[in-house]
Design a protein around this ligand. Structure first.
Ligand SMILES: C[S@@+](CC[C@H](N)C(=O)[O-])C[C@H]1O[C@@H](n2cnc3c(N)ncnc32)[C@H](O)[C@@H]1O
Length: 532
């Protein structure tokens, strides 16, 4: 690393320390580590290929100039331009680079109309500002401009980075090479659709390299990042190179994916680890189970209480329903029931679930009235509670026979932290730490009313591999997987019918374990102990 770069890093650290993390978050001010910036610029130069003397570089969110620094350390160039909205970073950067011919505008790039000057090498780590932190007028303006220029309608839920990629389009020369260090989430979520449309229809997508979320590139922002490479030219039919892990020049995994397959695939993070999936023809989970989130209470500490406390406070038990503890506290994959229907777990918990109005509560249950009054100053004003007609009224949920713990770490060491299907034999409902699976009419029509079929279905689901399930979900930084109800609903369960029917053929009432032999020996990729 040369002295200029060491100096830039020193200044960057001082500038970062001079701002609070909250204010840096508002403008997405998390700089690119130099090694990463350099490998990105080097790879971009390989793709660029042309005569570097003519190269016109643009970083529309330049910060102190990590990419510019890497550029001048690796190539000659003709012109370089950067935009930085915040003088806190922009002024020291302008001073630092004053002896180069970088033109640094301390301006809001997004309010700058595209000029006639265009660029053929654009590298950027754009501000990753969450959609709720983007001012409403800016969001409307960006969506309108993108629609007018590209005919693409971005979702209002898109993060700023996604608008940024598309806002830069008019600044690109024909055949420009562009590389974007952005969160990987756009590849899997609904609001990533507009950016994917852009990459497939408006430019020639070349490569997406996804850094391994377990190997965080950013110390101060928990994001799993990818570098997306494209050329500003009419889309070709060239395959797109998907790589994962390691570095850009030496990825741990790689696979070329036909562009046509990307139009059909909603979850691009399945590549390169998985192949293009065959079009689903068999049943998906929602054919047999309705999947819904558990109860969002608005304040678990207030609404969920243990039996001893209910007694101590003199609260009426008939205003409470049993509720499962958090997934971490559930040992094993089966929740048995006690005689009273409560879950056979340590320290059973109950959810306050009262439909009555306050006046009626006051007359019938004065202790409960006192309890609710105490919550009026705090819990009642919380977001969810304040949106309800009666702030303490909970969403209706029936006990679900199967639950899924949907948020999990792929690198989870503790068994209880892993995603799993739980068989619930109790009458407890569950919070939104779980997804709830209720058998559909079609389930009963196909398999009949024998309650053992639910247990067989649970066993079948438990034996699905995490790829079969998480291929539908999304990966966050730190190896965190999150599967939404919609995604779980879409999991392929084409083997469930054979599994259940085969178990019956094997007379599972006589010898339950033998009925499961075939699956435990074969398709089972996740081993679960059959604890009963
Ligand atoms: C993720 S940082 C990247 C900084 C630098 N390029 C790097 O890679 O280290 C994004 C930068 O964009 C700046 N920024 C945010 N919104 C901007 C805007 N509308 N116009 C120009 N710069 C902006 C932020 O202040 C921040 O310095």
């Amino acid at each position: 690393m040369n002295t200029t770069e060491s100096e830039r890093i020193r200044v960057q650290n001082i500038l970062d320390a001079g701002k609070s993390i909250e204010s840096r978050r508002k403008l997405g001010q998390f700089s690119t580590p130099y090694d990463l910036a350099e490998e990105i610029v080097r790879y971009g130069l390989e793709v660029y290929g042309g005569d570097r003397k003519d190269l016109c570089f643009l970083d529309p969110a330049i910060g102190t100039g990590a990419f510019f620094s890497a550029l001048i350390n690796n190539t000659e160039y003709s012109k370089a331009v950067g935009f930085e909205i915040d003088p806190h970073y922009g002024l020291p950067a302008a001073d630092m680079w004053k002896d180069t011919n970088l033109k640094l505008f301390i301006e809001d790039f997004l309010s700058h109309s595209p000029t006639d000057e265009k660029y053929d090498f654009v590298i950027c780590n754009p501000p990753c500002v969450r959609h709720h932190d983007i001012p409403a007028e800016l969001k409307v303006k960006l969506c309108r401009e993108i629609k007018e220029r590209l005919g693409i309608v971005p979702s209002g839920l898109s993060g700023l980075y996604s608008h940024y990629v598309m806002a830069v389009d008019p600044w690109l020369k024909k055949d420009a090479v562009s590389g974007w260090l952005i969160p990987s989430e756009f590849m899997d979520v609904g609001y990533g659709k507009a950016l994917k449309q852009y990459l497939l229809n408006k430019v020639d997508l070349i490569r997406i390299h996804r850094y391994d979320p377990n190997d965080l590139q950013f110390s101060d922002a928990l994001v799993s990042s990818s570098v997306v490479w494209f050329k500003k030219s009419t889309p070709t039919e060239q395959d797109v190179l998907f790589t994962f892990g390691g570095t850009l020049s030496s990825p741990a995994y790689s696979k070329r994916i036909e562009k046509a397959a990307l139009f059909d695939e909603a979850k691009w993070t399945r590549f390169p680890m998985n192949s293009v999936r065959a079009r689903k023809s068999g049943p998906v989970l929602s054919d047999y189970f309705r999947v819904t989130r558990g109860v969002a209470t608005g304040d678990n500490k207030f609404f969920i209480i243990d039996g001893v406390r209910i007694k101590d406070l003199g609260l009426p038990m008939d205003c409470f329903v049993p509720i499962l503890p958090s997934p971490k506290k559930i040992k094993g994959d089966i929740v048995n029931r006690k005689d009273n229907g409560c879950p056979d777990t340590e320290d059973p918990q109950f959810l306050l679930n009262c439909e009555l109005g306050l006046e009626e509560i006051r007359a019938r249950y004065p202790c409960l009235w006192d309890y609710l009054k105490a919550g009026e100053g705090s819990t009642a004003s919380r977001y969810l509670c304040s949106k309800r007609d009666i702030w303490y009224r909970q969403e209706k949920r029936e006990p679900a026979p199967i639950l899924y713990t949907y948020m999990t770490r792929t690198d989870g060491e503790k068994e209880n932290n892993k995603a799993r299907f739980i068989l619930n034999r109790s009458s407890a409902i569950a919070t939104n730490s779980f997804h709830l699976l209720y058998p559909t009419e079609q389930f009963y029509a196909k398999f009949g009313n024998d309650p053992r079929n639910i247990e067989l279905a649970w066993k079948y689901l438990s034996n699905l591999s995490s790829e079969q399930i998480c291929g539908e979900g999304r990966v966050y930084g730190g190896g965190l997987h999150k599967v939404e109800p919609r995604e779980l609903s879409n999991v392929d369960v084409s083997g469930i019918e054979e599994y259940i029917l085969c178990a019956h053929r094997e007379e599972f009432s006589k010898d339950t374990l033998s009925a499961f032999r075939f699956i435990e020996a074969g398709a089972a990729q996740r081993t679960r102990s059959v604890s009963e």
